[in-house]
Design a protein around this ligand. Structure first.
Ligand code: AMP
Length: 431
């Protein structure tokens, strides 16, 4: 069988079995479910509530929320127009969550809103290992709290997820960005410092010198990193109260036993970011080493139309990167059929079909063959599906009103009267 159609490059199908595409292992749907349930569990323990927003949003929201000067908005949006309205497939979920918070007045629920999400995002990037055009993010947004405990708890909850998967070859970097005024004073000194070296900068960095100088600090190029060694440091420009907040966050992380490295070069290019910024990376992932990133964004709400500032902090993490860092052997085994009903002959097939319903109503996971195959082929199928028991029903069993029940692992066979079947199987399936 075949088709001339293929999934779009940079996207992938999640199938019942894991498979490899190029050098990447694509996890099975059962593995995705297992990972999502661990994430759900950590989110529950940290008292986050789930929020789900649409996968497309007004382009203007994303342009403002992500920032006009970013690569995402300039080059990577899947945008389309319909009846004079501009839409975009969401490239991230922070701006949509803040939009939903403001639109539905979630502040009126009282207290701090601690929200989490899991879902697909879309960016027209060049596909490569760990970088896709449709990928999945999970993350949290804590809205309405400026307390340093919100920063520390957000970071701790992120680390708890990687801990839950036994991923410990990670590095957490943190920094404080202060407020925009400090950053603009800093940027102007940074530009003064870098301009004499403009000829030595890469094309990208030279462009950034004009558009978004802070991003130059992200450079991965050795000679640029050397150049930056004597550059001014953002932390020196930050107001005392922002530095005090940073000290408090670090102290709280120490109290929670969360290890971190301070990195004065860790920045965000956008004005609405304030104070705390952090990133988690796993050196073992190679080029796309970022597992997650986040920070405080006290000025985003106003950027997207709020008449009041709304303090907030959050992070976003890549699911595919989590899978790359993960040992899938540690995930729980996928659910398999409790029982496979094998039939010999038409009467038996009819009995089997009816009985699937009876057993399923009792909560059992029940499989059977619907291709009318030989008993041998049905037994092979029961094996492939790794059923715990197989019921064999033929003319003799119908007459005796008792099924032959085979325990697949031991090969043991028992006669069980039809009237006792449900109890027999439910007792053992839940044991
Ligand atoms: P960002 O919103 O760019 O900070 O991304 C947050 C996280 O999402 C990153 O740390 C990655 O783990 C993941 N991520 C971002 N872009 C992609 C992509 N194109 N493919 C896969 N994962 C991505």
């Amino acid at each position: 069988m075949s088709t001339s159609f293929q999934n779009i490059r940079g996207t992938f199908d999640i199938l019942p079995d894991a498979y490899t595409e190029g050098e990447t292992r694509i996890a099975s749907s059962a593995e995705w479910q297992a990972v999502e349930s661990v994430i759900d569990d950590v989110m529950r323990r940290y008292n986050y509530e789930e929020i789900r927003t649409p996968i497309f949003e007004p382009t203007e929201l994303v342009a403002r929320g992500v920032g006009q000067n970013t690569d995402i908005v300039q080059k990577e949006m899947f945008a389309f127009e319909r009846s004079d309205t501009q839409y975009v497939l969401r490239p991230e979920i922070t701006a949509p969550v803040m939009r939903a918070y403001l639109q539905h007045h979630l502040d009126q629920r009282g207290g701090v809103q601690k929200l989490f999400y899991v879902g697909p995002c879309f960016r027209a990037e060049k596909p490569q290992k760990g970088r896709y055009r449709q990928f999945h993010q999970f993350g949290v947004e804590v809205i309405g709290a400026d307390d340093a405990r919100a920063d520390a708890e957000t970071i701790a909850s992120m680390m708890a997820i990687y801990d839950a998967f036994g991923i410990d070859d990670t590095r957490l970097r943190i920094n404080t960005l202060g407020m925009p005024a400090a950053r603009s004073a800093y940027v102007s000194d940074l530009v003064d410092y870098l301009e004499p070296y403009a000829d030595e900068l890469s094309d990208t960095s030279r462009r950034r010198l004009e558009t978004n100088p802070l991003r130059i600090l992200d450079t991965k190029l050795d000679h640029e990193q050397d150049l930056l060694r004597d550059a001014p440091i953002l932390t020196d420009y930050v107001r005392d109260e922002d530095r005090a907040h940073y000290e408090e966050v670090k102290g709280l992380l120490d109290e929670l036993d969360v290890a971190y490295d301070e990195d004065p070069h860790l920045v965000r290019g956008l004005d609405y970011y304030t104070r705390t910024a952090f990133e988690l990376e796993s050196p073992s992932l190679g080029a796309q080493s970022a597992l997650a990133g986040g920070g405080r964004y006290d000025l985003l709400a106003q950027e997207i139309g709020s008449d009041e500032p709304v303090p907030a902090i959050g992070y976003a993490a890549g699911m595919e990167r989590l899978f790359l860092a993960l040992d899938t052997d540690r995930l729980p085994e996928p659910d398999r059929p409790d029982v496979f009903l094998a039939a010999l002959g038409d009467d038996a097939a009819r009995w089997v079909f009816r009985t699937t319903q009876t057993l399923r109503r009792e909560g059992l996971h029940v499989a059977f063959d619907m291709k009318g195959r030989s008993l041998k082929a049905q037994m092979r199928e029961a094996n492939r599906q790794d059923a715990t028991y197989t019921l064999i029903i033929g003319g003799n069993e119908l007459e005796a009103e008792a099924a032959t029940v085979k325990h697949m692992e031991s090969g043991e066979q028992t006669e069980v009267p039809f009237a006792e079947l449900t109890d027999y199987l439910t007792d053992r399936a839940t044991a």
